[in-house]
Design a binder for this molecule. Structure first.
Ligand SMILES: Nc1ncnc2c1ncn2[C@@H]1O[C@H](COP(=O)(O)OP(=O)(O)O)[C@@H](O)[C@H]1O
Ligand SMILES: [Mg+2]
Length: 309
C-alpha cells in the first residue's frame, strides 16, 4: 500500500486490502454522505476518512450489520463432497486473513459433523440446549444459541441428530425461512458460515434463503453436476422473492480434484471460483482428526477466502 499526500486529499493505491477497505467504506458512507469517489482500483478520499480508518471499525457497534456482515451457505445435494470440510477451513482461513473478525458457524445438518469439529469438548446437554432446532421451534432466538469455542476463537450454533425430526414438525410454518433470514441479519458478526444437509429439505431451503453467497462444492462426477442443477433451482426460487439488492449469489467450487481434472471442469460450461480444493489425504486427515491444515493447504483456503469474502 502506498500513500501520496496532497493538501486537500489523500490518495491511496491498494491491492490486497481492497475488500477490507470496501467494507470500511460502506460504513463510512452510511455515516458521512458524499465527499469521496471510488473507481475500480483507486480510492480518493478526505482526511475524515483516514481518521475513520484508524479506528477499529470492525469492532464498531451500532452500524447496520448488512454493511459489513457476510453470510455464506455451503450447499450440495451430494454427501461426502466436502461441504463440512469447506465450512471448517474457510472459517479458519477468514480468521487467519482477517484476525479481528467475529465469526459464527451454524450447523444445519443433522449429521452434525461441523458441531463435532468445533465443539468436540462440549457436553451433549449443552449442545442440545443450544441446538439450532430451538430457533426452528421458536423456543430461543438465534442470538441466545451461539456457543463460544475459545480454542478456535469463534462461535458455533450446533445441532444434533434430532434436527430432522424437529424440521418435520415445523414444516407447516411458512414464515420460518424469512424469519430465520431476518434473525440472522440481526446478529452482529463479520462472517457467518452455514453448513447444510445433502437433501432437498427444510434445513437446506432455510440455509440457502439466509445466505448472501451460496458456495456449492462440485467434484469431478456427472452426479455432482446434476446435483448442482437441483441446487440452482432452489437458489433461483429463493431469489424470486428477494429485492434486487438482496439477491443471493451462487458460486460453485471445484473440490477434491486434481489440477488436471480442475482444468477439464473449466470446459463444462459452469462458472467456477478460480480457486479449487485439491484432493488431498492431508486435508481429509485434518478434518477427520480435528487437526490444523498444513501450511500449503491452509494457503489454498486463504486464497479462496480472499476471492470470495
Ligand atoms: N480435499 C479433500 N481431499 C480428499 N478428501 C477429502 C477432502 N475434503 C474432504 N475429504 C474427505 O471426504 C469426506 C467427506 O467430506 P465432508 O466435508 O464431510 O463432506 P460433506 O460435508 O459434503 O458430506 C471426509 O471424511 C473427508 O475426510
Ligand atoms: Mg457434512
Amino acid at each position: 500500500m502506498s500513500f501520496s499526500n496532497t493538501d486537500k486529499e489523500t490518495t491511496m493505491v491498494f491491492s490486497e486490502t481492497v475488500s477490507d477497505l470496501k467494507r470500511a467504506f460502506s460504513i463510512f458512507e452510511a455515516e458521512n454522505a458524499g465527499g469521496f469517489s471510488v473507481t475500480r482500483n483507486f480510492i480518493s478520499f478526505s482526511p475524515i476518512f483516514l481518521n475513520f480508518l484508524k479506528q477499529d471499525w470492525q469492532q464498531r457497534k451500532g452500524f447496520p450489520t448488512y454493511l459489513y456482515m457476510k453470510i455464506f451457505t455451503i450447499a450440495s445435494l451430494k454427501g461426502g463432497v466436502g461441504k463440512t470440510t469447506l465450512t471448517v477451513f474457510l472459517a479458519q482461513a477468514l480468521q487467519s486473513i482477517s484476525p479481528k473478525s467475529k465469526i459464527l458457524l451454524i450447523d444445519l445438518d443433522h449429521n452434525n459433523n461441523l458441531t463435532d469439529y468445533f465443539l468436540r469438548e462440549e457436553d451433549v446437554h449443552t449442545i442440545e440446549s443450544h441446538s439450532v432446532a430451538k430457533a426452528f421451534q421458536g423456543i430461543s432466538p438465534l442470538s441466545e444459541l451461539p456457543i463460544r469455542s475459545e480454542k478456535f476463537n469463534l462461535d458455533c450454533i450446533p445441532t444434533t441428530p434430532k434436527l430432522s425430526k424437529v424440521s418435520l414438525s415445523v414444516a407447516w410454518d411458512a414464515g420460518l425461512q424469512s424469519r430465520f433470514r431476518k434473525q440472522i441479519r440481526s446478529l452482529s458478526y463479520d462472517y457467518i458460515l452455514i453448513d447444510t444437509p445433502p437433501a432437498l429439505c427444510l434445513e437446506l431451503n432455510i440455509g440457502i434463503f439466509a445466505a448472501d453467497l451460496v458456495l456449492t462444492p462440485i467434484g469431478f462426477s456427472r452426479w455432482n453436476i446434476q446435483g448442482y442443477e437441483e441446487i440452482k433451482e432452489v437458489f433461483e426460487l429463493a431469489n424470486e422473492t428477494l429485492d434486487k439488492k438482496e439477491k443471493i449469489k451462487l458460486l460453485p467450487i471445484r473440490t477434491m480434484v486434481s489440477e488436471k481434472k480442475a482444468d477439464a471442469m473449466d470446459d463444462i460450461g459452469i462458472h467456477f471460483a478460480k480457486t479449487f480444493i485439491p484432493k488431498s489425504d492431508s486435508i481429509a486427515g485434518a478434518v477427520d482428526l480435528g487437526k490444523p491444515l498444513s501450511e500449503k493447504n491452509a494457503q489454498i483456503f486463504e486464497t479462496l477466502a480472499k476471492e470470495i469474502r
